[in-house]
Design a protein around this ligand. Structure first.
Ligand code: NDP
Length: 331
């Protein structure tokens, strides 16, 4: 079994990833926190045999690491893990700048280790069904996409995401990155430019945005709009693609759970697509583990993580400058 180390005593690891690792045959050997008491408490609560504040100590004990610290720490932790020859599944956004993310991908390639980005939505049955339907030509040529990803940030997560620009706060680095990755996956197309407006409605502090809307142009010419927020408790999520010969209407599918439906509407009428309900995070860990064993690639690679960050960075730049901004993953 793959022996994992958790870098970061985080909520996402506790709520989803520890179970995903165990249910796909891995073991969680160690957890690292910046705080000794938190490491110990977290280790005990989650049945993890070792708890440490030393990254080097953790790296000695494991084959792979899952990094889910706050966003400013991912860069250094990936570089150190790669240098130690450990495979890495890293949370999104990979880093705070595209240049740093590029460095991380290069370091993993040089070290010969697998790097995955934990973009869970690629693993959703809903999005996989939409991708297949588009590839099979069922909606003709895709012209427009609409992403509805305005949610309410639960009270227990109302911390650094709202207050700490240094940690990579804000809804764009948190949620727009997921939209960007899901659009690239479903459409099998890459984004070219973006225009965005952001909002600070009172949940976040200072200059941190807690809502955003924007539009992205893709290489094919397709236009995609996105709506992301921490502040809307009653909105429904969704993901739609509208083509020359049909529309795909995904509802309740921008979520961590294997739920949601996809309706296909064409001249022939309406049809609900059949959806695989596999746990998104389990599928992500399974794909990562297979990649470590030489079979295929992680569901979302490091390169995919660079792309989603490039979209988010360009959206923030656009909001700041009031200009349409080029998306450049190679800067
Ligand atoms: P948390 O706030 O739960 O954890 C982040 C860090 O905060 C931890 O590493 C920990 O530091 C510190 N921390 C945790 N609890 C406390 C506490 N009680 N007091 C002080 N510090 C604490 O973040 P999330 O789990 O929500 O997010 C972590 C990462 O995962 C982010 O990069 C985020 O973008 C990503 N994420 C991805 C999701 C996905 O579906 N792909 C979903 C949610 C988050 P230390 O480790 O030093 O103890």
């Amino acid at each position: 079994p793959l022996r994992w180390g958790l870098i970061g005593a985080s909520t996402i690891a506790r709520e989803w990833m520890i179970d995903a690792i165990r249910s796909t045959g891995g073991t969680v050997a160690s957890v690292m926190s910046s705080d000794r008491d938190r490491a110990t408490t977290y280790g005990k609560a989650n049945g993890i045999p070792h708890a440490t504040t030393s990254l080097d100590a953790l790296l000695e004990e494991v084959d792979a690491v899952y990094i889910s610290t706050t966003n400013e720490l991912h860069h250094d932790q990936v570089l150190r893990s790669a240098r130690a020859g450990r495979h890495i599944l890293c949370e999104k956004p990979l880093a705070l700048t595209v240049g740093e993310a590029r460095e991380m991908v290069d370091a993993c390639r040089a070290a010969g280790v697998v790097l995955g980005t934990n973009h869970h939505l690629r693993n959703a049955g809903t999005h996989r069904a939409m991708r297949e339907a588009i590839a099979a030509g069922r909606i003709g040529r895709p012209l427009f996409a609409r992403v509805f990803h305005a949610v309410y940030l639960p009270a227990h997560l109302q911390g650094w995401r709202l207050t700490s620009p240094n940690a990579g706060a804000g809804v764009v680095l948190d949620i727009t990155v997921h939209d960007a990755d899901t659009l690239r996956f479903v459409l099998a197309d890459d984004p070219v430019e973006v225009t965005a407006l952001t909002q600070s409605a009172g949940m976040s502090q200072g200059n941190v945005e807690d809502g955003a809307m924007g539009a992205i142009r893709f290489k094919s010419g397709l236009l995609a709009q996105f709506h992301d927020a921490f502040t809307t408790a009653y909105a429904k999520t969704g993901f739609e693609v509208h083509g020359t010969d049909g529309s795909l209407i995904g509802t309740n599918c921008m979520t961590q759970k294997p739920v949601g439906d996809v309706l296909l509407r064409t001249a022939a009428g309406e049809e609900l697509l059949s959806i695989d309900r596999t746990n998104l995070y389990e599928r992500g860990v399974a794909r990562f583990t297979a990649a470590v064993n030489g079979e295929g690639e992680p569901a979302a690679t490091g390169e995919d993580g660079i792309w989603s960050l490039a979209v988010a960075a360009a959206a923030l730049e656009s909001a700041k400058t009031s200009r349409v901004t080029e998306i450049d993953p190679f800067q």
